[in-house]
Design a protein around this ligand. Structure first.
Ligand SMILES: *Cc1c(COP(=O)(O)O)cnc(C)c1O
Length: 399
């Protein structure tokens, strides 16, 4: 590897850049997780996480990647043979579906073209047909990280309500929590799945379930085997700030610091910043003459933008050029989008100049790789960022 000066630009949509404050918080001696000091840390974090999920319900923390929290959501609520309704919004939604199938859950799938989010009308229509209430849960990915499309969770809640259907509502917020407005309680979600390494600005290794009272009641009857993921033991131990098995102590130090940063900025400010950077990015893409994968402006993601390559050009060749020349990582196309799109992550510990640098790197890479485009994308984004500084009220704030 050639020597590289300066900082690497990690502009994939997770894991994201970890702020120095968080790195320093993690860099501490590991404490006794059964000792008195740990109980205080545990209580503080368990309480403060509710702010991030906008909930008064318990939030369970696992030493696991996001995939573990998917599994926890399923095994704590369902029984073999249960029917669930899922929407295939992209690669991550299909992975969650695959997992459910492995557990012997019957998955009904609503397909999409991977350019739109979950359609509330289609969900409502399916639930209305299910007069016998065979469907036990509706599972949706809030922000589909493979496509840059954000499903409208309040409208989907509305679909369940309009159909008067008692199914549990489970939502994957792994790439939206702490970046895009998300309200576990107000939006009537039963299980929220989240991870540490995206909007929460931590290294990979923690994941979460926020759990409604209704989900816990469903858990009483659920027959899928569970031990490591069992909410009951977690929630019982968490009452005093402890965990049933060794928690990821040092990541929890980081989590405490990350939550403090989110509080310092305020969730509203965090959401507005992500909305601003997403809008600036889309202006750059349009100025380049390239196409945004998300086809519905109401569903644009504020944490990443997936950009379609002109026909005959390989997204991974462009990514390679940008990595080699400018030491920047961009997200690859996943599943059926392999080679066809690249993804710009604009989430987490990020500011106007990090975005300007990111977009400059993409624009220089497009030129270097010989991808047909127009110059001026980074300039268009900068112009928008200037306008936002002059007139903050003009910013497109998250819905
Ligand atoms: C990253 C991501 C996952 C997978 O999380 P891991 O930590 O890799 O297990 C699942 N869903 C979404 C929406 C994601 O962005």
């Amino acid at each position: 590897m050639a020597f590289r000066s300066g900082r690497h630009f990690l502009q994939i949509p997770g894991p994201t850049n970890v702020p120095d404050r968080v790195l320093r918080a993690i860099d501490c001696p590991t404490m006794d997780h059964r000792g008195p000091e740990f109980g205080h840390l545990g209580m503080e974090i368990i309480e403060d996480l509710r702010y991030v999920f906008q909930t008064q319900q318990p939030v369970v923390i696992y030493p696991a990647s996001g995939t573990g929290a998917w599994e926890a959501a399923l095994v704590n609520t369902l029984s073999p043979g249960d029917r669930v309704l899922m929407v295939e919004t992209g690669h991550f939604a299909s992975l969650w579906r695959k997992m459910a199938v492995k557990f012997g859950v019957e998955v009904e799938l609503i397909a999409t073209d991977w350019r739109h989010g979950a359609d509330p009308a289609a969900i409502e229509a399916r639930l209305r047909e299910d007069k016998a209430h065979a469907i036990k849960a509706v599972c949706v990915v809030h922000n589909e990280t493979s496509t840059g499309v954000t499903s409208r969770i309040p409208l989907i809640r509305g679909a369940l309500d309009a159909a008067s259907h008692p199914a549990l509502f489970m939502v994957d917020t792994i790439s939206s929590l702490a970046s895009i407005d998300y309200r576990h309680d107000e939006w009537g979600v039963d299980v929220t799945v989240a991870g540490s390494q995206k909007g929460l600005m931590l290294p990979p290794g923690l994941s979460f379930n926020a759990v409604s009272e209704k989900a816990r009641r469903a858990g009483e009857k659920s027959k899928l085997p569970k031990s490591y993921w069992d909410w009951k033991e977690m929630i019982a131990a968490n009452k005093t700030g402890y965990f049933p098995y060794t928690p990821a102590t040092n990541l929890l130090y980081g989590l405490r610091e990350a939550i403090q940063m989110l509080k310092d900025e305020g969730l509203h400010g965090v959401f507005a910043r992500h909305a601003r950077h997403a809008e600036a990015t889309r202006r750059a893409v349009r100025a380049w003459g390239l196409e945004i994968l998300c086809a519905n402006p109401e569903e644009y993601s504020n944490t990443l933008t997936a950009v379609m390559m002109p026909a005959g050009h390989d997204a991974d060749a462009l990514r390679r050029t940008i990595l080699d020349a400018y030491d920047m990582s961009l997200g690859t196309g996943l599943g059926r989008l392999a080679g066809k799109v690249f993804r710009i992550g604009h989430l987490g510990d990020f500011n106007d100049l990090s975005l300007a640098g990111t977009l400059a790197g993409v624009e220089m890479g497009l030129a270097l790789a010989g991808v047909p485009h127009q110059q001026g994308g980074a300039q268009a984004a900068m112009q928008y960022l200037i306008e936002c500084q002059r007139e903050p009220a003009k910013q497109r704030v998250a819905a």
